[in-house]
Design a protein around this ligand. Sequence first.
Ligand SMILES: Cc1cc2nc3c(=O)[nH]c(=O)nc-3n(C[C@H](O)[C@H](O)[C@H](O)COP(=O)(O)OP(=O)(O)OC[C@H]3O[C@@H](n4cnc5c(N)ncnc54)[C@H](O)[C@@H]3O)c2cc1C
Ligand code: SF4
Length: 508
Amino acid sequence: MSTLCLLFGDQLNLNMSSLVNLNKAKDHVLMAEVRTEASYVKHHKIKIAFLFSAMRHFKNTLKAHNYQVSYIDYAHKDNKGSLYEQVRFFCSQHKITKLVLAKPGEYRLFEDIKTWSQKLNIDLEISDDNRFLASESDFSNWASARKQLRMEYFYREMRQKHQYLMENGKPIGGKWNFDGENRQKLPKGIKPPKPTSFDQDQITKDVIKLVKNEFKDHFGDVDNFHYAVTREQALQVLNDFIEQRLENFGRYQDAMVQDEPWLYHSHISFYLNAGLLLPDEVLQAAQAAFYEQNAPINSVEGFVRQILGWREYVRGFYWHFMPTLKTDNYLDAKVPLPDFFWSGDTQMNCISQSVKQTKEHAYAHHIQRLMILGNFALLAGLDPKEVNEWYLIVYADAYEWVELPNVSGMILFADGGQLASKPYAASGSYVNKMSNYCANCHYNVKEKTGAQACPFNYLYWGFMQTHQHRFEGNPRMGMMYRTMSKMDPTQLSHMLDDTQIFIKNLNA
Ligand SMILES: Cc1cc2nc3c(=O)[nH]c(=O)nc-3n(C[C@H](O)[C@H](O)[C@H](O)COP(=O)(O)OP(=O)(O)OC[C@H]3O[C@@H](n4cnc5c(N)ncnc54)[C@H](O)[C@@H]3O)c2cc1C
Ligand code: SF4
């Protein structure tokens, strides 16, 4: 009579709540590379290679810590293709009375797992996913006491509760948020450090071969795979970030640069989301850099806000609003995703850069995801279902708990404003202010209508006109509507026409 722990591929940490109470002498851990999880959407090849390699390395870690691990790789003769069938098969071979697992990151899987106890006739114990600092009930309690949910207030409570960047009950530096100092363009001549990269070991090489054979038709390239696949390597990425990039993280957080995908970002989302790093240790490392005077408050606070604020917030938001979040479409957006989201073949340089980097690295930094690709998806009225699937496929850090709130809530306003107080919509002038993309573009960012005009310009004003009835009363959009009311009506009408023609021709 023993317990089986099912460990998911994104729970690669010895402190997982599902592992800590196991009896190593008689209980088992099951890990499996199953087809259903690897291909329910056509995940980027890098994402599959990263997770399979990290899982295989973590299996070795578990064994070194005397766990009894049953690891079913993709080509294993007993691979049953789905997690349920794999657990069922294991139970049929062993005397298992109890299945334990930490809550999975996706609603779809969680709903399925809830039915297993009855189907398998065993006890099922689902523990909290302790890779996060706020539990789901923490978030729900916070949310249910409010009419409006705003990340900023959640973040302040998290700062107080976990005592990050706090002194005598007050935020260090006298304010909660230093965003005003974090909007600089990268000056010419400054070269960001190269990202930390690793040689492929034999495990990674084997996995890449497998991915190339089994997932040929999935998005992206895998040959240049250079990511961390163990906790030690992930810690090295974190340390390099703290030493080489954190100082400038804040000021250049929103900058975008031609042919520079990495800039001063941390590149740790893959590892945080797979369990190789935990939020507390990341936050402590950043806070220590501030106290040791290695990084200024605007950078450290900005970084802490991403992890302690946004990351925790979107995860709580996901569970709070599922399953309806998945089908929300407040703006009634229906335009199919254009082909250039896959190929990057478009004359819009900012989009081409963002898509091609995504294809090569399974990574794009936040402002590319939000203000280039996301802004385009919002303004062009792309169908939320297709946009969500795209974001889930293309990034190696994408899991539904984090992807869906960012896409349906943050970029598409599909949730009707539950997450964001106004749509993150911008014209070409924002892109021009924060990047050097426009200088390399076929279009003219200064022109608002006509064949040479930057599409973001007419799409922006087209969006404002189309949704005027929805947003005119929004206090945060009042200024833009006052500006619009002073604009030449003929020009506005041309921009609406250009918008309609552009959208009609998107997939032509
Ligand atoms: C439309 C859209 C889709 C996104 N999809 C994902 C996704 O699938 N997976 C994912 O991890 N992040 C996602 N993000 C958030 C963010 O873009 C990535 O976390 C970040 O780009 C990862 O790179 P980095 O590690 O270099 O981050 P940094 O810029 O260095 O930020 C540090 C960390 O903060 C966290 N973080 C920052 N912003 C967010 C956010 N909005 N939501 C959650 N965590 C955040 C991440 O863990 C990140 O590693 C998305 C953002 C947008 C706008
Ligand atoms: S001109 Fe417009 S389309 Fe071209 S890079 Fe600038 S914002 Fe993008």
